[in-house]
Design a protein around this ligand. Structure first.
Ligand code: NI
Length: 152
C-alpha cells in the first residue's frame, strides 16, 4: 500500500447530493472509500482494454450435468490452460445442474479468451467472468510514468 495523498474536488451541489445517495446505497463507510473504488474501477477498465495486465478472475459456469461430452471438454480445456487456471470448485446444484467456479490468474485478454471458450461450450446455461486487478495499487500496474499534477 502506498502513502495516502489528499486532494480536494469541486463538484456541483446536485451532483454531490447524487453521489452521497450512491455512497449511502452502496454502504461506503466514507466518500473517500467510494472515490477510491471508482478510481480503481475506471483505471482497471482502461488497463483491461489493452488486455495485457495481470488480473485475477473467477468464472462461474452453470451447466447440464447429463452432458458427459461437456464435462470432458471442460476438464480438457482446463488441463490445457494450467498456466491460467489456479483452482476449480464444483458444486452439484441439483440432480440435473452443476456449478463450476474456476479461479484464474493471468493477462486479462487471455482470461477473457479462455472464459469465452468455456462459456461457449454446448450445454452451458450461464457463464460469467468477474475480474479484479491482481495489484490493487494502480500505480504499480497501470501508470507507467508519474502522472502530471492536475489542477483541482
Ligand atoms: Ni455436478
Amino acid at each position: 500500500m502506498s502513502d495516502i495523498a489528499r486532494f480536494s474536488v469541486s463538484v456541483e451541489s446536485d451532483l454531490l447530493e447524487l453521489f452521497d445517495t450512491y455512497c449511502q446505497q452502496e454502504q461506503f463507510a466514507t466518500r473517500s472509500e467510494a472515490v477510491r473504488q471508482l478510481i480503481r474501477d475506471t483505471l482497471m477498465r482502461r488497463a483491461w482494454e489493452s488486455g495485457t495486465h495481470e488480473v485475477a478472475g473467477s468464472l462461474t459456469l452453470i451447466y447440464d450435468h447429463h452432458r458427459s461430452q461437456l464435462r470432458d471438454q471442460l476438464v480438457e480445456l482446463q488441463h490445457d490452460n494450467t498456466d491460467l487456471i489456479v483452482a476449480t470448485m464444483h458444486a452439484h446444484l441439483s440432480h440435473d445442474v452443476c456449478m463450476e467456479v474456476i479461479a484464474l490468474r493471468g493477462p486479462a485478454g487471455k482470461l477473457q479468451q479462455i472464459a469465452s471458450r468455456l462459456k461457449g461450450l454446448k450445454g452451458i446455461y450461464k457463464g460469467e467472468l468477474v475480474m479484479a486487478i491482481a495489484h490493487p495499487e494502480p500505480s504499480k500496474s497501470v501508470a507507467k510514468k508519474p502522472p502530471k499534477r492536475l489542477p483541482e
